[in-house]
Design a protein around this ligand. Structure first.
Ligand SMILES: O=C(O)c1ccccc1NCC(=O)[C@H](O)[C@H](O)COP(=O)(O)O
Length: 266
């Protein structure tokens, strides 16, 4: 499947969604919700702790469908999926909250977080500070900022908003020029997405090429197309110890066993 401009299409409907959400709940009221939300759980610090104890850190994704694969999982109950991931040894959760392209929902994120003790990433296409506050109001511990979708000013403003609300930020890149821009931001976490946004093809070589260019004080997350422990070992040789995995786990009926298997040699 080839989609020449998926981010432009997504931005168009996101801007409409944001306008509608603002009409339904003005920013000042949303902000009051965010101030009352449960405290952030420390997404980055949880990953660092996992590394300190000598393990790989898995960010396990709750992903029902995707533009490249269509429907991935029919048996879909976010609290049970989240509990299974936690039992299998995941360090953190990622929950897709975009509806039109991923059949996601903010309710799924809230429910997954409430069912576990794990920190949660709101996995969505964030263009506006309203979405950052909305993420915190619904309990997110971390947000994703996609450099391919944002100019430097917007990335800086959205990151500042997330940090002001006590959340961590995962800055996502696909190539050298996005990496250069990401390194001007304050966030410690850089996600290298192995999925080409035009062709949707995943290639772990993307992580292997870009990881050595990232300063050692940043935490690197390899995202997309990761299927097995051998992939983790391969990526670890490029200095990566944190992995964001969705589809390959979501296709397994026993998620706890599949998560354990992904994280262990045998
Ligand atoms: O998953 C897609 O098809 C997709 C298409 C266009 C933009 C983003 C997309 N996915 C978002 C993600 O980054 C992944 O859900 C995440 O990295 C997990 O990937 P995977 O393990 O390959 O499901």
């Amino acid at each position: 499947m080839t989609d020449p401009d998926i981010l432009t299409k997504i931005e168009t409907y996101k801007r409409e969604e944001i306008a509608a959400a603002r009409r339904a709940l003005p920013r000042a009221e949303l902000d009051a919700h965010a101030r009352r939300a449960p405290s952030p759980r420390g997404f980055l610090s949880t990953i660092r702790k996992k590394h300190a104890s000598g393990g790989y850190a898995l960010i396990a994704e709750v992903k029902r469908a995707s533009p490249s694969r269509g429907l991935i999982r029919t048996d879909f109950h976010p609290p049970s999926l989240a509990r299974s991931y936690e039992a299998g040894g995941a360090a953190c959760l990622s929950v897709l909250t975009d509806k039109p392209s991923f059949m996601g929902d903010l309710d799924f994120m809230e429910a997954a977080r409430a069912a576990t003790n794990l920190p949660v990433l709101r996995k969505d296409f964030i263009f506006d500070t309203y979405q950052v506050i909305e993420a915190r109001a619904r309990g997110a511990d971390c947000i994703l900022l996609i450099m391919a979708a944002l100019d430097d000013g917007a990335a800086n403003d959205l990151e500042a908003a997330a940090l002001a609300y006590g959340m961590d930020v995962l800055i996502e890149i696909h190539d050298h020029s996005e990496l250069d821009r990401a390194l001007k931001l304050r966030s410690q976490m850089i996600g290298i997405n192995n999925r080409n946004l035009r062709t949707f093809v995943t290639n772990l070589k993307t992580s292997e090429t870009l990881a050595p260019l990232i300063p050692k004080d940043r935490l690197i997350v390899s995202e997309s197309g990761i299927c097995a422990f051998t992939d983790l070992e391969r990526l670890s040789r490029a200095g990566i110890a944190t992995f964001l995995v969705g589809e390959s786990l979501m296709r397994q009926s026993d998620l706890t066993t599949a998560t354990r298997a992904l994280l262990s040699k045998n």
